[in-house]
Write a protein that binds this ligand. Structure first.
Ligand SMILES: Cc1cc2nc3c(=O)[nH]c(=O)nc-3n(C[C@H](O)[C@H](O)[C@H](O)COP(=O)(O)OP(=O)(O)OC[C@H]3O[C@@H](n4cnc5c(N)ncnc54)[C@H](O)[C@@H]3O)c2cc1C
Length: 301
């Protein structure tokens, strides 16, 4: 068998973090963690393990930011690939002036969404579809779906990717789109790392909003809450962000919460919240331009 050639490190010692995740319920120690410096590192490792054949029983799991809840990014006695190490050697490439394509950014799959937001804003652009929490990797959310308040309009994040670079189960590096290698493209998106390892992705961008009016509305009645939500997401001239939450009323919830209630009306807020144990919340936002700052309240009403 050939020797494994790597630019990065395959560590048998720095492995303990790879047996933990956000859920903190499953703790499977891998045999080793690969800290790749190049896509070839990932391709060489997967190909090496593939050539060992099924009797080796070695499993491989790509790990993003480890925010899974049930050990999805763990590989018991296998090899975990630390995708965030790849970012150091892969810069973001913005394609926003090419009139033939919708604007996009070509990013490493180990990149955090928060970094993409900051870099995109420097160009006046932003990804179309988000998660609420942005300290997650591109590969991690594209392996699930990536859902937030823009999904009703643009679809989840997996609907807003034009091209992927993927290391397949045999170690081949393949570029795929809706038209080319489309089975792989659709298998990998939402595939929890079972159909290949995403190494780069082209993420669709749109001009970033100049200003945003952000509103939270509380409900005690579930039917009214869902009817309002359906109305908002089905109306064409509606808001740019609509997301519903169910909250369990806890002491101090309102004090710790960035509430939409005006300071002079805290009594009303406290009364309504204290009446029931479960609260429903619609979080909505409308994008607008600086010149509309004086009329935005009328538009919303
Ligand atoms: C606090 C918190 C807030 C969250 N908010 C949202 C939200 O608003 N919207 C939402 O949709 N989800 C949300 N999630 C869920 C989150 O999107 C998923 O758990 C996501 O997979 C985590 O990304 P990660 O980078 O931590 O991936 P990891 O947990 O490291 O990996 C997740 C899965 O993807 C696979 N994977 C990782 N990288 C790759 C890759 N490059 N190629 C192929 N497979 C890969 C792993 O093997 C694993 O199966 C949240 C989770 C937490 C803990």
């Amino acid at each position: 068998m050939n020797k494994l050639k790597l630019d990065g490190d395959l560590s048998f010692h720095n492995i303990h973090h790879a047996s933990k995740d956000f859920g903190n319920r499953y703790h499977f120690l891998p045999l080793a963690v690969l800290y790749p410096k190049s896509v070839s590192d990932i391709s060489n490792l997967v190909s090496f393990i593939f050539q060992m054949g099924p009797t080796s029983e070695l499993t491989v799991a790509p790990r993003g930011h480890g925010h899974s809840l049930e050990g999805q990014a763990q590989a018991p006695q296998g090899v975990v690939i630390n995708m965030e190490s790849l970012v150091k050697s892969q810069e973001m490439r913005f394609h926003i002036k090419d009139n033939t394509n919708t604007p996009f950014v070509d990013v490493s799959a180990g990149e955090l969404w928060i970094n993409i937001l900051h870099e995109s804003l420097k160009h006046g652009f932003a990804p179309k579809s988000w998660t609420d929490y942005l300290h997650l990797t591109v590969g991690g959310t594209l392996s699930n779906a990536g859902i937030s308040g823009q999904a009703f309009r643009h679809g989840p994040q997996i609907n807003n990717v034009n091209q992927l670079e993927v290391v397949t189960g045999t170690g081949e590096v393949v570029t795929c789109t809706e038209e080319t290698n489309s089975d792989l493209f659709h298998g990998v998106l939402g595939g929890l790392g079972q159909f290949g390892i995403i190494t780069r992705a082209h993420i669709s961008l749109e001009p970033a909003p100049e200003m945003v009016k952000w509103i939270k509305v509380l409900y005690l009645d579930f039917d009214t809450f869902t009817k309002d939500q359906e109305l908002l997401i089905s109306s064409n001239s509606s808001f740019d962000y609509v997301e519903g939450f169910v909250l369990i009323n806890r002491t101090g919830l309102l004090n710790n919460w960035r509430s939409s209630f005006k300071n002079k009306d805290p009594v009303r807020a406290r009364q309504s919240v204290s009446e029931g144990k479960t609260i429903f919340c619609l979080e909505i936002a409308k994008y607008f331009k600086q010149e509309d700052v004086h009329t935005i309240d009328k538009v919303i009403l």
